[in-house]
Design a binder for this molecule. Sequence first.
Ligand code: FE
Length: 205
Amino acid sequence: MTYRTPITRFVRIGIGVAAAGTILGATLAPMVLAQTSPAQTAQAQTADSLALTVAETEGPYFKAGSPEATNLLQDGMQGQVITVTGQVVDQNGQPVANALLDFWQANSSGAYDNSGYTLRGHQYTDANGNYTLTTVVPGLYPGRTEHIHVKVEAPNGPMLTTQLFFPGVAQNARDGIFDPSLLLNVTDNGDSTLSATYNFVVATA
Ligand code: FE
């Protein structure tokens, strides 16, 4: 919705100006603009569908069969603890209950567990489409900025494979996979842990 609103407004203003210029004369343009903006934009917004969350490459380290877990921390695990929460919604903004989320990531040193299932886990959204993931901030590895991989799938929907990124990481600018629409919204809790949010928009059929 955040990207589409300005585009919608631009198109409508464009039509308003064109109509005013050709039919009514240029002097009425300001009135047309004033009438066009608030009410019609709001109407268009409710009729608009949300843009789907951007897909990204799966990369080489996905493993099927992850355990069901919302907390991927283990005793002695290094790294900064982060809890990511959010919602899975459809293109109308409606919560998607029982959507699958399967997360996998590198540890704080940038290494994946390819023999076991450390820092790998799947879960399902609750009745309100909400999920919670507790994990550590992944480290850098050659060629890549910090990222958490995830597959998201609504019941009966297609599988979305994507990655979540962290704001303020210098390597973001040098990673060809990085996409700013996939940035977590991170808050420092002030107790050496982080909280973050991200909402996914997925197809449901
Ligand atoms: Fe990766």
